[in-house]
Write a protein of this length. Structure first.
Length: 440
């Protein structure tokens, strides 16, 4: 039973608060500052017995030029065009504005099922605004409170026939392709992350432009590649912590870090014309610490002059700064010119498969016998430290349990030796590997 509901309205009327209530968690950024939401954000909503996709949109101000606000409005208009139903929020305390009258006219022309929610209706001013909302010509408005959930029963009654119609029209096809690859696109501001995703999916789904820091929320887009489901997550640009001072940017960066934590694979987008920055390395190290697969995308490759020198500089920096994960895939792309994007996705899928690698216990212990015979663990205080057994209790990332006679005396250098041999012999480049050492 799949149908889509778009939440629209002027800036700062409570759209993101309603979105968070419907999805059951604080997924969209909420702040008193107008215009916090810029891209349209999708979430899986539940309202009593109904399940549907809900879309939070940017505030639809009456702007028609080439500005950022106009591009935000265009994204919101697309969300309306693609939705099965629309929840039109207005601030009852502020009354009906001229911009809302224009928006109401557009919604009537779009021929979508629309429910007007007079939000923040509490008090005399709210009741007056609720009465004014009748003038919009979109049916009886609902006295509503996104913060407290008042009026959700009316929303449920409005959506029920739409859900029933969607269920009747939906073809009963079995899902294919297995688990969706959760691919987070991260990087510093203005390196081309949103443009990259738009080129991958073949439409201007995400807001882009020359202004740095357009993306604030972590925006997910469900898609498929080579018959495999993929959930792309665009994130806000991550600057150095010392430079992040504004509250909204702090919230946006925290949202991006959360996207990394829940991803399977992370594509770190780097501006190839600037090379690998210290902040890029910190993002990469955070990704590895979280145990996620990592792919490095050198974007704007078409603008690089000496390509061999640029590639070698990045590889050398990776080898020096991230020795704990050898073989991280390095893909040169151009989101603007739509070049080698398939290579990036192929690398992400390959990394995902490696991230899920499981090695049979007999094979591991046969390997352990050979590598410890070739290079035994160092003794401590004249006593041998015998490694007796190895197993892999989990994947995602591959995690190995080593049992030895003196766990505390097994040096990190020897574990690195085991890891290098393991990567080579079982073909596991570029993914984090975790070790647990125990006494048997």
């Amino acid at each position: 039973m799949a149908f889509t509901v778009a939440i629209v309205g002027r800036p700062n009327v409570g759209k993101s608060t309603l979105f968070n209530r419907l999805v059951g968690r604080r997924q969209a950024l909420v702040d008193d500052t107008p215009g916090v939401t810029r891209d349209r954000r999708e979430g899986e909503a539940h309202l009593f017995d109904l399940a549907f996709t809900v879309v939070d949109t940017a505030g639809m101000d009456e702007v028609r030029d080439d500005s950022l606000e106009a591009r935000m409005r265009e994204q919101s208009a697309r969300a309306v065009a693609e939705a099965d139903a629309v929840l039109f929020l207005l601030d009852a305390r502020a009354g009906v504005t001229a911009a809302e009258e224009i928006l109401a006219e557009e919604l009537r022309e779009a021929a979508r099922a629309v429910l007007v929610l007079a939000n923040k209706y509490e008090g005399e001013a709210g009741e007056s605004g609720w009465a004014e909302a009748f003038s919009l010509g979109l049916g009886e408005p609902v006295a509503f409170s996104a913060e407290h959930g008042t009026g959700l029963d009316a929303v449920h009654a409005f959506l029920t026939p739409i859900a029933e119609a969607a269920a009747a029209a939906e073809a009963e096809t079995a899902p294919e392709g297995g688990e969706a690859l959760q691919l987070a696109i991260v990087g510093r501001p203005n390196v081309g992350k949103s443009t990259l995703i738009n080129r991958l999916i073949g439409e201007d789904r995400l807001l882009t432009g020359p202004e740095a820091g357009i993306t604030r929320d972590a925006i997910s887009v469900t898609w498929s590649y080579k018959d495999r489901p993929v959930k792309l997550v665009d994130t806000a640009g991550m600057r150095r912590k010392t430079r992040v001072t504004e509250k909204l940017e702090k919230l946006a960066v925290a949202d991006g870090l959360r996207a990394v934590r829940f991803a399977h694979v992370v594509a770190l987008v780097v501006d190839a014309t600037q090379g690998l920055d210290k902040q890029d390395l910190q993002i990469a190290e955070h990704t590895i610490d979280e145990g996620r697969g990592l792919v490095l995308a050198l974007n704007k490759w078409d603008a690089v002059g000496d390509k061999d020198a640029a590639r070698k500089a990045v590889q050398d920096r990776l080898q020096r700064s991230l020795p704990q994960v050898k073989g991280i895939p390095l893909v040169t792309v151009s989101g603007l010119r739509n070049q080698r994007l398939n290579a990036l996705l192929d690398a992400a899928l390959s990394t995902y498969d490696l991230w899920n690698t499981r090695v049979a216990t007999p094979d591991l212990n046969q390997w352990l016998t050979e590598v410890t015979a070739a290079n035994p663990p160092p003794s401590s205080g004249g006593r041998f430290n015998r490694i007796k057994y190895i197993s892999q209790p989990k994947a995602r990332p591959p995690t190995f349990m080593v049992f030895c006679s003196r766990p505390k005396e097994l040096p990190e250098a020897y574990l690195r030796y085991l890891e290098n041999e393991l990567r080579h012999d079982f073909d596991m480049p570029g993914v984090p590997i975790r070790w647990r050492v125990r006494r048997r």
